[in-house]
Design a protein around this ligand. Sequence first.
Ligand code: GLN
Length: 204
Amino acid sequence: MTAATPRRPRIGVLAVQGAVREHVAALRDVGAEPVEVRLPRDLVDLDALILPGGESTTMRRLIDAYGLREPIAALARRGAPMLGTCAGMILLADRIADGDEPYFGLLDLEVRRNGYGRQLDSFEADLDVPTLGAEPLHGIFIRAPLVTEVGPRAEVLARDPDGRPVAVRQGRVLATAFHPELTGDRRVHRLLAQLVAEEATSPV
Ligand code: GLN
């Protein structure tokens, strides 16, 4: 017998509200085992978690109502990679302009909800993301948060055509202001799965 093939990473998608199905499909495409997370027990044995787009105020309320806040924070403290997209980025941010309290506070940046404004409610742009390769990444922005400031602990992975940050990384935490699950390009999900693999093989 040859060595066992490595276990597929089990990656959760918070499924209380928002764009869940497309993330589940993207995770399957990159060879991960997707798990829809509605209850604390769904978080057991997860290797990573996606906080999807949706409506961040509603998502906060439902995360609290289902008792998911502390177990998700605990998963992050254990070093499980996280990806927040759009509303998910808002939930991960350390600072929120104009009012809202931060929620998970795992990313050294400030966001403004719906910060691209009414004129630009939704738009698409080809983004240069050097860490993901030379090919541009097509970004679909839907009432996206605007990143108004990035602190020294976070690294900017991509900027919009006006130079504003739209993808960031801080250690094992990734976030995009756009929706990577809505295109066929799987590089962001592959990066998340790779972070799990790095963790599994890194020396103790
Ligand atoms: N505008 C939403 C919010 O502020 C985010 C939109 C999205 O996730 N597509 O929560």
